[in-house]
Design a protein around this ligand. Structure first.
Ligand code: SF4
Ligand code: SF4
Ligand code: FES
Length: 268
């Protein structure tokens, strides 16, 4: 920080295929400024610190209050939500990069589609549709509601995937957010009708056995979701299902299939 100026060093990549480069911007400090405000300032006046006119930095954001989950990036080398990252609390100069475990679309925007594909694979929903009226769903007692609420706070930001040592180019590990959704929908009185299918998916390539229990996920989650508890519970459910399948019909036990690959590696 120089006087009232804050320096930002930002990784730029105009297309998924192009080689990344760095650009530096000096911005006027403002009270309560966060990283998204800084990126907006650059978009209004895309001129680097040497006076060269450039393009606005592409980034994702929407709610500006840690609800939509879209603004996850790397700030000074650490995965974080840009909308709640106050510049006064960061080391200067401030270095911004896209998440490293996902393909870059442009600048700070990455394609996190793998999370949504994996949500489909584990059937992260309550089955409601049918060709006839299914009637009112089962009542959920307050105790179950209390247990489920913290699990339902996931904002799909993918920070837990970004810091997980098991999420790499060579694995298909689904990560803590997906495992937590398995627990959430398995606890729902109507959602549990698909419990066996979810646990079957958890048994396969990319499934729960690939978690090394490093616990980085639970430490970074901006919604304080008890991710390691979810992992332990779903692990127990999956083991029970394996044993049940073995006892009932050993010849039909097959591995499930879960875990889309994350696509191309970012440039560096
Ligand atoms: S406990 Fe560790 S290995 Fe398992 S999902 Fe969390 S960060 Fe990844
Ligand atoms: S579990 Fe937490 S860190 Fe992971 S995607 Fe959901 S909100 Fe983000
Ligand atoms: S802008 Fe929605 S979480 Fe940051």
């Amino acid at each position: 920080m120089d006087g009232n100026n804050i320096r930002f060093i930002i990784k730029r990549q105009p297309t998924p295929q192009s080689t990344p480069h760095w650009e530096e911007f000096d911005l006027q400090w403002r009270h309560g400024m966060n990283v998204i405000i800084a990126l907006r300032d650059i978009a209004e006046n895309p001129v680097d610190r040497f006076g060269k006119v450039t393009t606005p930095v592409a980034y994702d954001s929407n709610c500006l209050e840690e609800i939509c989950g879209s603004c996850a990036i790397r700030i000074n080398g650490r995965a974080a939500m840009a909308c709640s990252a106050l510049v006064d609390k960061l080391e200067h100069p401030i270095r911004l990069e896209p998440l490293s475990r996902f393909p870059v679309v442009r600048d700070l925007v990455v394609d996190r589609g793998v999370l949504f594909e994996n949500l489909k694979l584990i059937k992260a929903w309550v089955p409601l549709d049918g060709t006839y009226d299914l009637g009112a769903g089962p009542r959920i007692d307050p105790g179950t509601q209390e247990q489920m609420y913290p699990l339902s706070r996931c904002i799909s930001c993918c920070l837990c995937l970004e810091v997980c040592p098991q999420v790499t180019e060579s694995t298909r590990f689904v990560g803590a957010a997906i495992i937590n959704q398995v627990r959430l929908f398995n606890e729902h009185p109507a959602g549990k009708t698909l419990k066996d299918e979810r646990l079957h998916a958890m048994m396969g390539d990319g499934g729960i056995h690939e978690c090394a229990y490093a616990q980085n996920c639970v430490q970074i989650c901006p919604k304080n979701i008890p991710l390691t508890t979810s992992i332990s519970i779903v692990y127990g459910q999956t083991m029970k299902k394996v044993l049940k399948d073995l006892v009932q019909s050993p010849e039909t036990v097959t591995e499930g299939e879960v875990g889309h690959r994350r696509g191309v590696k970012n440039g560096s």
